[in-house]
Design a protein around this ligand. Structure first.
Ligand SMILES: Cc1cc2nc3c(=O)[nH]c(=O)nc-3n(C[C@H](O)[C@H](O)[C@H](O)COP(=O)(O)OP(=O)(O)OC[C@H]3O[C@@H](n4cnc5c(N)ncnc54)[C@H](O)[C@@H]3O)c2cc1C
Length: 153
């Protein structure tokens, strides 16, 4: 598990129970989740680098009772152009939103982006800094529009 040992210990102190060598398969429940379906895994043969990739144990599926499930399965961005029906929103090959680094504006005029969705998985300090910069750029953009609208009136 790619987490620090201290964080794992802290989580266990808080009552988190890790189900090592298990992989989620789906959920049970009709209108509300009632369980998480999972399978036991085992470590397969080592590859050239010596790493043993997990593989499913046959006939090992089990269900954990649950009334709330939070999916936290990686750091990849959602497919935003499809999600927002905005194919003109430019994204990188990793799915992060492309911005003009000077203005923080995306390829959609008047739409700005900041933080992890631009940088990929990063740090809070950068998200705060980017958010402040984006706010300034939005202010500039709106002020310029207000001046242009006044001049046209
Ligand atoms: C497990 C974990 C541990 C971390 N530990 C650290 C750490 O120790 N130190 C550190 O500096 N950083 C840490 N980070 C990274 C840090 O959390 C991020 O860099 C930071 O939160 C990015 O901020 P953000 O505002 O860009 O994005 P987020 O914090 O992800 O905020 C995006 C917000 O947008 C909302 N949203 C998404 N889609 C929509 C939508 N369609 N409509 C409206 N709202 C929407 C989300 O609900 C969310 O509130 C950690 C991250 C994770 C996942």
């Amino acid at each position: 598990m790619p987490g620090s040992q201290r964080e794992v210990l802290n989580a266990e102190e808080e009552g988190v129970e890790f189900c090592w060598l298990s992989a989620p398969d789906g959920f049970t429940g009709k209108t509300q989740v009632s369980g998480v379906k999972a399978s036991r895994m085992r470590l397969g043969p080592p590859d050239a680098s010596g790493r043993q990739a997990p593989e499913p144990e046959p006939d090992s599926s089990f269900t954990l009772k649950a009334d709330l499930a939070i999916k936290a399965l990686g750091f990849d961005p959602e497919p935003l152009p499809a999600l927002f029906d905005a194919p003109e929103l430019a994204v990188s090959r990793w799915g992060t939103v492309r911005i003009d680094p000077k203005t923080q504006m995306t390829s959609l005029p008047g739409v700005f982006a900041a933080g992890d969705i631009v940088r990929g998985a990063s740090l809070v300090v950068w998200a705060i800094r980017d958010g402040r910069d984006a706010a300034q750029q939005m202010h500039k953009h709106l002020a310029a529009h207000a001046v242009a609208a006044q001049a046209a009136a």
